[in-house]
Write a protein that binds this ligand. Structure first.
Ligand SMILES: Nc1ncnc2c1ncn2[C@@H]1O[C@H](COP(=O)(O)OP(=O)(O)OP(=O)(O)O)[C@@H](O)[C@H]1O
Length: 250
């Protein structure tokens, strides 16, 4: 199976040239196969966001390689990287990052408008993802008129509209109540299964993580354990995750 993400010997050191360097990521090796759904868990400060930011091309590593769809992303210049990000990646963050002055339609359309796609293409793609995420009634509204769950779905629709290769999620259910969190995770599973888009998501929540096929646990900047769902039901996997977290966080 082809790797959509291949991370080799990744290191990230904050304040590298100071008296007190901080080794946030230490020799991380990680592969995500095409179509996989992977979660990263770990205690606060273990390096989850740092890892996601380096993989999502938002923060440069100190050394090591990040190949996404066979492209060594940290060898690209800023313009090439912006283009690569715009074409291949989608982002869903906890804080939604919606633009308040744009309608829901225009927020969702953003990746395609930035890529200067034809109007008809944009219309068709936005309507398609809006149907998938039950947002057709909300398209003419503005973000301030939406509930938290609806805003998160708009963020998901925007991450999806340009058919990226890979979606990065940073606590995609972090701001949601349990019913909306379940709904969001069901949508992500559907996107993953039906559109064959790979997902890498950071979460502190075992319930959300149990929708993934594989969970890597980080501690002090290193992957210390990996759980695979295999043929288990999501419910059984959830119990295995909770059991593991019980021993891991003690
Ligand atoms: N810009 C920075 N400069 C120095 N240290 C930093 C910087 N950003 C993060 N760190 C440190 O790196 C470590 C990892 O941070 P990171 O945000 O990746 O952890 P996390 O696992 O995502 O934590 P949380 O679950 O609390 O969000 C932490 O100890 C943090 O204090």
């Amino acid at each position: 199976m082809k790797n959509v993400i291949d991370v080799k010997n990744l290191n990230l050191t904050y304040n590298a040239n100071s008296q007190k360097p901080f080794y946030a990521l230490k020799d991380v090796n990680l592969q995500v196969t095409d179509g996989d759904f992977v979660a990263i868990m770990g205690p606060s400060g273990s390096g989850k966001s740092s890892l996601l930011n380096v993989l999502a091309s938002l923060q440069a590593p100190t050394n090591g390689e990040v190949l996404i769809d066979d492209q060594n992303i940290w060898q690209l210049n800023a313009n090439q990287l912006a283009k690569f990000r715009g074409q291949k990646l989608g982002f869903i963050f906890q804080e939604y990052n919606l633009i308040e002055s744009l309608s829901v339609f225009d927020n969702i359309a953003l990746p395609l408008s930035l890529a200067k796609a034809p109007t008809a293409t944009i219309k068709a793609a936005v309507n398609h993802v809006a149907t998938l995420l039950h947002l057709t009634e909300q398209l003419n509204k503005f973000p301030s008129e939406l509930s938290g769950g609806q805003k998160q779905r708009v963020a998901a629709a925007r991450a999806l509209v340009h058919q990226p290769k890979l979606i990065f999620g940073d606590e995609p259910t972090g701001a949601l109540d349990s019913a909306n969190a379940r709904e969001m995770m069901n949508y992500l599973s559907k996107i993953n299964a039906e559109q064959h888009i790979s997902i890498l998501m950071v979460t502190h929540d075992g319930f959300s993580a149990s929708f993934a096929n594989k969970i890597h646990f980080l501690s002090d900047g290193q992957i210390v354990q990996t759980l695979e769902r295999g043929n288990q039901s999501r419910e059984t996997f959830y119990r295995a995750v909770l059991d593991f977290l019980g021993t891991f966080e003690e």
